[in-house]
Design a protein around this ligand. Structure first.
Ligand SMILES: Nc1ncnc2c1ncn2[C@@H]1O[C@H](COP(=O)(O)OP(=O)(O)OP(=O)(O)O)[C@@H](O)[C@H]1O
Length: 251
């Protein structure tokens, strides 16, 4: 089996007396969509913060591409290939979709375009930005101001911005939140295609999407990992069935 992209080892985080992450260990493998589900307050978002580096765990390890990155800040993890989308939209509404993606390419590439003539550097940035838009089916909207995109298209742009940083792993925190039925279908299709190139850790409340997309699912409750398994194993898990998922949603 190939080495995991991401490995969490006995991660722990307390807020006051509350154990929000209580000894969580899990792995995301290359080419895998690994979903993390659980009831409100289970600690999913706090877990993502610790993986991305915006929150330090009290103890335990975050290993990325075989290295311990637990002490590295967010920006350095991004440069190593860890990209995150946010529940709250991070796009700049006055800039075009292409400019939004180009800013992400620039932020990641740092000096790599600096030695080119300005026109060539801009062409290089735009080419990469357009490729990121194309990867999420948004190339035809490149020139449109991001603020005028539909809700679903904004979510696609957030994915393009993440992809523009050339990640190995995408951390997606509720990428379907607020999407309508049609937009949800489109986003499920896009996420399914992205799997070929990136490992994905997916936090999502839409159980139909989770079961359609995930290769494996980890179930969290009160900061603890209840179980990790394939969709079939999670469907059949009595504790999960009884406590954390409506039976209809798992049909
Ligand atoms: N900065 C903080 N200080 C204190 N408590 C916090 C803080 N951030 C989160 N919590 C608490 O930690 C617990 C887990 O929150 P978290 O947002 O990670 O859960 P979640 O599973 O993502 O929930 P949801 O599905 O509602 O987004 C909650 O009880 C929350 O109130």
């Amino acid at each position: 089996m190939s080495a995991p992209l991401l490995a969490l080892r006995d991660l722990r985080k307390h807020f006051g007396g509350l154990a929000v992450t209580d000894g969580v260990s899990l792995e995301v493998r290359p080419g895998e969509i690994h979903a993390v589900i659980g009831p409100n307050g289970a600690g999913k978002t706090t877990l993502i913060h610790q993986i991305s580096g915006t929150l330090r765990p009290d103890s335990g390890q975050v290993r990325f591409l075989g290295e311990d990155v637990t002490a590295l800040p967010f920006a350095r993890r991004v440069r190593r290939g860890l990209a995150r989308t946010f529940q709250i939209t991070s796009i700049l509404p006055g800039f075009s979709a292409l400019e939004n993606a180009a800013l992400a390419v620039q932020a990641r590439s740092g000096s790599s375009f600096r030695f080119l003539r300005p026109a060539a550097a801009e062409a290089g940035l735009n080419r990469e930005a357009l490729a990121a838009l194309a990867a999420v089916g948004l190339a035809h909207r490149a020139a449109v101001p991001a603020g005028t995109l539909s809700h679903g298209e904004k979510r696609q742009l957030e994915l393009a911005i993440a992809i523009a940083t050339r990640p190995r792993l995408l951390l997606l925190d509720e990428p379907l939140a607020g999407a309508g039925a049609e937009e949800t279908e489109r986003l499920i299709g896009i996420l399914g295609r992205l799997r070929a190139e990136y490992g994905i850790l997916l936090v999502e409340h839409d159980m139909r999407a989770v079961f359609a997309l995930a290769d494996r699912i980890s179930v969290l409750a009160q900061g603890r990992l209840v179980t990790t398994g394939t969709t079939g194993e999670i469907r059949a898990h009595p504790e999960v069935r009884a406590a954390y998922l409506g039976e209809d949603e798992m049909a």
